[in-house]
Design a protein around this ligand. Structure first.
Ligand SMILES: Nc1ncnc2c1ncn2[C@@H]1O[C@H](COP(=O)(O)OP(=O)(O)OC[C@H]2O[C@@H]([n+]3cccc(C(=O)O)c3)[C@H](O)[C@@H]2O)[C@@H](O)[C@H]1O
Ligand SMILES: Nc1ncnc2c1ncn2[C@@H]1O[C@H](COP(=O)(O)OP(=O)(O)OP(=O)(O)O)[C@@H](O)[C@H]1O
Ligand SMILES: [Mg+2]
Length: 285
């Protein structure tokens, strides 16, 4: 049986971090992974949340170093063989679009694209619903329909990022980190699908520390985390969805004392979501 201690060890979070060391080794990881892939570009969806703001900034710093110049205003492709594609991926109009634009300003990416995922998501949703209805297999639950559609939005965002990566020759970054990974709080093959996750090993408060050190505005650092996937419950906070606060999750990951119900909930959720962390099973497993 997996114990709380084994989960803490698997999540790799340190009780205290040297912020500059963590920034340096994660930029180096991004650079090495990109160079070893033989590709020249990085792709990441930018939501306006702190995770993608922080990783986007690290990605752009990695790209700037690879291009060996410090002036991010130079956009002549001859001088910039490496590029970071920041991708806005709203579903219709995003309520916190201003935050997303502030994030783009903070990152100052080589290229910014915008792909709206509403039409593709709605089209898939409507076709699946009508097929299931024809065979009397469609649920009556408005909640389940909306929740599942939310995961489809995340998968459409993934498809858009891989489409871009395929065309430009790039790697898709993922923002999964230890305070999300522990609860499997991501869409399987949606935002969970990517080529590298440079933030793994950090918890939420450490990501905020790194963002602040990189110069992120305070409102960005303190923005309430949300997956913002459900039309029936827009902007639902991660903490409401999880029934746990990030303070509690972060304390657990750092090995600090937490209430028994926090430990029990985290261990149970970790075990229930193991399928999201493991390779796809075969007859040999
Ligand atoms: N035991 C098992 N073994 C193997 N596979 C299993 C399985 N149980 C389910 N599955 C498969 O997994 C699927 C369910 O997984 P999934 O589709 O991910 O769905 P699920 O885990 O139910 O939902 C994803 C959760 O992550 C949250 N999320 C998503 C995206 C971003 C963020 C964010 O923080 O921004 C948060 C979202 O709000 C929601 O609460 C099932 O449909 C099934 O195909
Ligand atoms: N509207 C969006 N536009 C572009 N990318 C998005 C959008 N929504 C989600 N994503 C992508 O999915 C990832 C997972 O979302 P998640 O909410 O966990 O991260 P975040 O929004 O960056 O930070 P936070 O968890 O604090 O809200 C994001 O980091 C981003 O890469
Ligand atoms: Mg978010």
């Amino acid at each position: 049986m997996t114990s709380a201690q084994q989960i803490i060890e698997a999540m790799k979070v340190q009780p205290t971090i040297n912020i500059e060391f963590e920034i340096r080794r994660r930029i180096d990881f991004i650079k090495n992974t990109l160079v070893n892939s033989g590709l020249k570009n990085l792709v990441l969806g930018i939501s306006g949340g702190i995770d993608s703001s922080t990783l986007g900034k690290l990605a752009q710093l990695a790209i700037n170093e690879l291009n060996e110049f410090s002036d991010p205003d130079i956009s002549d492709i001859e001088h910039c063989p490496y590029q970071f594609f920041a991708v806005r991926l709203p579903y219709a109009t995003q309520a916190d679009e201003r935050d997303a634009q502030n994030s783009i300003t903070f990152i100052n990416p080589s290229v910014t694209l915008e792909i709206n995922v509403k039409d593709s998501t709605d089209s898939l949703f409507n076709q699946v619903e009508s097929q299931l209805a024809e065979y009397s297999q469609l649920t009556d639950s408005h909640f389940l329909k909306d929740f599942t559609k939310g995961n489809t939005k995340a998968r459409m965002r993934m498809a858009a990022q891989y489409h871009i990566a395929g065309l430009v020759g790039g790697l898709v970054l993922g923002t999964d980190h230890s305070a999300e990974n522990i609860t499997g709080f991501f869409t399987k093959w949606g935002d969970g699908a990517c080529d590298l996750i440079p933030l793994f090993g950090l918890n939420k408060r450490q990501i905020k520390q790194i963002a602040a050190h990189l110069g992120a505005p305070i409102a960005m650092v303190n923005k309430t985390p949300t997956a913002d996937l459900e039309c029936l419950d827009p902007g639902k906070t991660d903490e409401t969805a999880l029934g746990l606060t990030y303070e509690q999750i972060d304390d657990f990951l750092e090995g600090k004392p937490v209430d028994d119900f926090v430990t029990d909930k985290l261990v149970n959720t970790y075990l229930k979501t193991q399928h999201k962390r493991r390779p796809i099973p075969t007859i040999y497993d």
